[in-house]
Design a protein around this ligand. Structure first.
Ligand code: FES
Length: 152
């Protein structure tokens, strides 16, 4: 049966009753209708589902919502607003860091978390740190340029 889970998502408290097998990704998309977080592969290989848990990036398809009781979840919807973009969102726009856009929220959530991680200054360092976020359109050079713009 369902069990109670208290999640803080983008600063708002949610008291949910979830099947304990519900992934954090499905809880976000289907239970609270925050569909900015995307489901690409649903098994940890693409990064489209990246969100922050207590400020650290995580593939939300690989973790159960019940494991995050009491933790702070941030999704792309909590990062900025259309009229007040986060610096990383603005940089992706400026540098065309997307084509179809499906991977973009995961790319941006990963990139924002990366700002607080140890990472060398070179483009190759950024590429390695972002290796968990796949872009089927191949927008990688522009994604790296956007991230470097914010880091520098
Ligand atoms: Fe989670 Fe692909 S949907 S890594």
């Amino acid at each position: 049966g369902a069990i109670p889970v208290a999640l803080s998502i983008n600063g708002k408290s949610y008291a949910l009753n979830l099947d304990p097998r519900t992934t954090l990704l499905d809880a976000l998309r289907e239970t609270v209708s925050l569909t900015g977080t995307k489901k690409g592969c649903d098994h940890g290989q693409c990064g489209a589902c990246t969100v922050h848990v207590d400020g650290r990036r995580i593939n939300s398809c690989l973790t159960l919502a019940v494991m995050h009781d009491g933790q702070q979840i941030t999704t792309i919807e909590g990062l900025g607003q259309p009229d007040a973009l986060h610096a990383m969102q603005a940089a992706f726009v400026e540098h065309d860091g997307y084509q179809c856009g499906y991977c973009t929220s995961g790319q941006i959530m990963s990139a924002v978390a990366l700002l607080k991680e140890p990472c060398g200054p070179a483009d190759a360092d950024v590429k390695e740190a972002m290796a968990g976020n796949i872009c089927r359109c191949g927008a990688y050079p522009n994604i790296v340029a956007a991230i470097q713009h914010v880091r520098q």
